[in-house]
Design a protein around this ligand. Structure first.
Ligand SMILES: Cc1cc2nc3c(=O)[nH]c(=O)nc-3n(C[C@H](O)[C@H](O)[C@H](O)COP(=O)(O)OP(=O)(O)OC[C@H]3O[C@@H](n4cnc5c(N)ncnc54)[C@H](O)[C@@H]3O)c2cc1C
Length: 443
């Protein structure tokens, strides 16, 4: 449903933008934001299909780069087959790195956490099962076929009591879902299935599998073995969900302008939004567009300050292509994940976080990745961003001295209690990552 809606919206929005005279540039990996006089003045990007550098000079710039940073840790099952992913770039936190390098604060990065969850055997994702992309047909059953989580039904949108009924439906559904982890912990065998899916639901779910990153691996296997999605029963395993929770680019108020002038953040790049936030992304996107356009009307077109940035990007690209003895990007990514996984999920101490910072610094300094073509080059650049993101995470985690939610410190008694509602913001200032304390914007 979401995918169909998005496809439709994309067409409507692009047609309208073109009609109004917008220039749309696709397949460009934005590598740096341009700044001048304390304001963002545009962006520099590298083509993913052509070796071309694109420079945009802009009165206002909006980061709508989405928020996920799941590549900071490996898959739950350690099974990663990158070439079958359809969208790995959505999970490298690149927008946060762009913002932080331009001096804008990014918050909640310390909440990279592991939490009890469940997954399919040998696959590294759940996509919210049995709901999410499997909604409403997905069920959870036990070994004898007893239903633990029932399939659901969409409610008619024109029902006058839609809201109240929807709340009841979600509450009931969540109650059923909450039994999954305890049952698995008791050693029960549970399975996910789509036995009750209609033909239409089956087609939609297959479509979604092909378009949602890591789920492409499952689709690939089903097709290769000629297995109908509805006849398969997928065993569940206990695992730990790995995620960077609630993080995002700090905005000072409802205008969604960041802490750097003329730079706006929107959609899932805002703190507190995230997966499941298609609706939020749409609404916030409209609001940000209006604000950024209003500011642009009262702003002079800035001068082009891209020369140094373009020269550095060219140098970086030449080094990566010329690095014959460098490692493949997958090795660089895995090395980072292994390091982070050794520190995540345990209560932090000052010493452990200091050590993480030092090891990260050493690993980054030794990082030498190679590329033989544009595809690999873009992957290498994504991994470089992951290392930068990890640096932000390590500084943020060291700065927060008290436990909060999934963030835990075992040495918190050594420090004054962190004030409620305090956010840790991190960004690059004069070449180094600095942390600051921010409070919730109220307007
Ligand atoms: C598997 C999955 C299932 C989901 N199911 C649902 C659902 O059922 N219902 C729901 O409401 N929501 C769902 N969501 C969430 C929903 O997709 C997001 O909330 C929504 O897409 C966020 O919109 P956005 O515009 O903020 O970011 P996105 O739609 O993620 O767009 C961000 C874009 O920025 C691009 N980008 C990132 N970095 C750069 C860079 N450096 N240079 C250039 N481009 C860049 C990305 O390639 C991407 O195209 C799901 C998400 C996933 C991953």
């Amino acid at each position: 449903m979401l995918a169909e809606l998005c496809n439709f919206l994309k067409r409507v929005l692009t047609d309208k933008a073109l009609e109004l005279g917008a220039v749309i540039v696709n397949r460009v990996h934005v590598r740096e934001l341009l700044t001048d006089g304390g304001a963002v003045t545009g962006a520099v990007g590298l083509g993913t299909r052509e070796p071309v550098i694109t420079v945009v000079t802009a009165k206002t710039t909006v980061l709508a780069t989405s928020g996920r940073a799941t590549r900071l840790t490996g898959s739950v099952t350690a099974f990663d087959k990158f070439e079958w992913y359809s969208a790995p770039s959505a999970a490298n936190g690149s927008g946060k790195v762009l913002a932080a390098r331009a001096g804008a604060e990014v918050v909640n990065l310390e909440f990279v956490a592991l939490a009890d969850s469940y997954n399919l055997h040998n696959y590294s994702f759940s996509v919210g099962l049995p709901s999410g992309s499997w909604w409403p047909a997905g069920r959870i059953v036990d070994e004898d076929g007893n239903v633990v989580v029932r399939r659901n039904r969409d409610l008619p949108l024109d029902d006058p009591d839609y809201k109240a009924k929807y709340h009841l439906l979600v509450e009931d559904y969540q109650r059923q879902r909450a039994t999954i982890v305890p049952l698995l912990k008791q050693g029960k065998s549970l399975y996910f299935d789509l036995l009750e899916a209609t033909d239409e639901e089956r087609e939609r779910i297959l479509w979604a599998l092909g378009h949602e990153g890591k789920t492409g691996v499952l689709k690939h296997h089903l097709e290769k073995r000629n297995i109908d999605l509805r006849t398969a029963r997928f065993p569940l395993r206990l695992g730990q969900r790995r995620d960077a929770l609630g993080n995002g680019i700090w905005v000072k108020d409802a205008t969604t302008e960041t802490s750097v002038r003329n730079l706006y953040a929107t959609g899932n790049e805002l703190p507190g939004t995230g997966i499941g936030g298609g609706g939020e992304a749409l609404v916030i996107g409209f609001a940000t567009g209006e604000q950024a356009a209003a500011r642009a009307k009262e702003t002079e077109l800035p001068k082009d300050v891209s020369a140094l940035c373009v020269a550095e990007l060219k140098k970086q690209v030449a080094e990566i292509f010329g690095s014959e003895n460098g490692d493949e990007w997958q090795s660089g990514e895995r090395a980072l994940q292994v390091l982070l996984e050794s520190y995540l999920g345990k209560p932090y101490t000052e010493n452990a976080l200091k050590q993480l910072g030092l090891l990260l610094h050493r690993l980054s300094a030794d990082l030498k990745l190679r590329a033989d073509n544009l595809h690999q080059l873009n992957r290498v650049l994504e991994v470089i961003d992951l290392y930068r993101l990890a640096e932000l995470v390590a500084v943020a985690a060291r700065e927060r001295k008290s436990s909060l939610g999934l963030f835990r410190r075992s040495d918190e008694a050594d420090y004054p209690r962190e004030e409620e509602g305090t956010f840790i913001g991190v960004s690059w200032k004069n070449g180094a990552v600095k942390a600051s304390r921010l409070s919730n914007p109220t307007t």
